[in-house]
Design a protein around this ligand. Structure first.
Ligand code: AKG
Length: 340
């Protein structure tokens, strides 16, 4: 590190320790998170971008109170089928494609994240595998993450142009400890964040389902020693964060719920909802899922891998999706979704 960078790091460390951010910035908070938000007033004038089958006002009220919503049977089977065929094509022929893949097993230390073709094929169909940004390869992936039912809800809560931040695809449960997303999946404004959890099969109790603490999006935020967002200057660990969340949610009586939704349903959750992946009870039981994180163009005007670069952008149902700057030739290489 050069001398100038060292001075900059030092100055940031001192600033963050003396004046840590303790809450989301009130000036840029999405309208629905403000104390004076009135959903009945909002809904009178709101023009949704798509017609949807659910009661938007009811879902917004549920979101405001609980920090999540489930859109029941919102996604057509055909789109889910085509998306999962694309995933299977990738897992069958990994050396044909380029995508960052993580396998959280000690046998792959010290480099658990690699291009997919660098892992043995058998390991890709096992547990602890996470495919990063599969939507860049798959047209069906892009269509699924920008399904009108999801887009309408995001448009209503953000009231700004939605952008895709990242996606994760899982074959098995993640078994991730309790966390909130905003300290990790950071944009310029950590409050401009929401995620959709899309099951590709009915979720079974022994598959290591997602769990969440109802209403926990309103809990006091954890201080990583230098504020609410985790970075290389943080003095407290992800494990301490998980312990804080589990303990505080219990103390504040936020009920813990397990997500047993069905194929066709979607869960959307708030940037600050505490959640995690349960322990897998049956090692054979898959939990096929597609997790998509979204932000706004104001908070994330670039691809997160190239903050200094103008992104190449596609628009699907009004949502901006940045092409993957790491693997330009791979964008939309899986085209089966074009016919949908
Ligand atoms: O699906 C899971 O088990 C975890 C996903 C998750 O926590 C996340 O993407 O933030």
């Amino acid at each position: 590190m050069g001398v100038l960078s060292q001075i900059k790091q030092k100055a940031l460390t001192v600033k963050e320790q003396l004046f840590p951010q303790t809450e989301f910035d009130a000036a840029t908070l999405p309208w629905i998170d403000r104390t004076d938000a009135n959903i009945d007033t909002f809904i009178k004038d709101y023009q949704p971008p798509f017609e949807v089958s659910y009661d938007l006002a009811e879902k917004l009220k549920f979101w405001q109170k609980n920090g999540y919503v489930v859109l029941e049977q919102a996604i057509q089977a055909e789109l889910l089928n085509v998306f999962w065929s694309d995933v299977e094509e990738l897992l069958e022929n990994p050396t044909k494609y380029k995508i960052w893949t993580r396998i959280d097993l000690p046998q792959f230390d010290p480099v658990r994240e690699r291009q997919i073709g660098e892992f043995p094929k058998e390991a890709l169909k096992g547990k602890y595998v996470k495919l990063n940004d599969f939507h860049n390869l798959s047209v069906a992936g892009k269509k699924l993450m920008t399904h009108p039912a999801i887009v309408t809800f995001l448009d209503a809560i953000f009231q700004q142009k939605t952008v895709v931040m990242q996606s994760l695809t899982f074959l098995y449960g993640s078994q991730q400890p309790t966390h909130q997303d905003f300290p990790w999946v950071t944009a310029k404004m950590p409050s401009h964040l929401a995620a959709a959890w899309i099951p590709l099969e009915d979720i079974k109790i022994d598959s290591g389902p997602l769990y969440y603490y109802i209403g926990s999006h309103k809990m006091p935020k954890f201080n990583f020693g230098n504020g609410i967002v985790y970075n290389q200057r943080s003095t407290r660990t992800p494990l301490e964060f998980a312990e804080y969340l589990d303990k505080t949610c219990a103390e504040l009586n936020y009920p813990k719920d397990t997500l047993l939704i069905k194929r066709g349903d979607v869960l959307i959750w708030h940037a600050a909802l505490a959640h995690g992946g349960d322990i897998i009870g049956n090692p054979e039981q898959t939990r096929k899922s597609y997790v998509c994180h979204y932000s706004t163009e104001e908070a994330l005007p670039f691809h997160r891998h190239r903050p200094a670069q103008k992104p190449i952008t596609e628009h699907h149902n009004g949502v901006a999706i940045y092409n993957n700057p790491d693997f330009g030739d791979q964008e939309n290489i899986l085209k089966a979704g074009e016919k949908l």
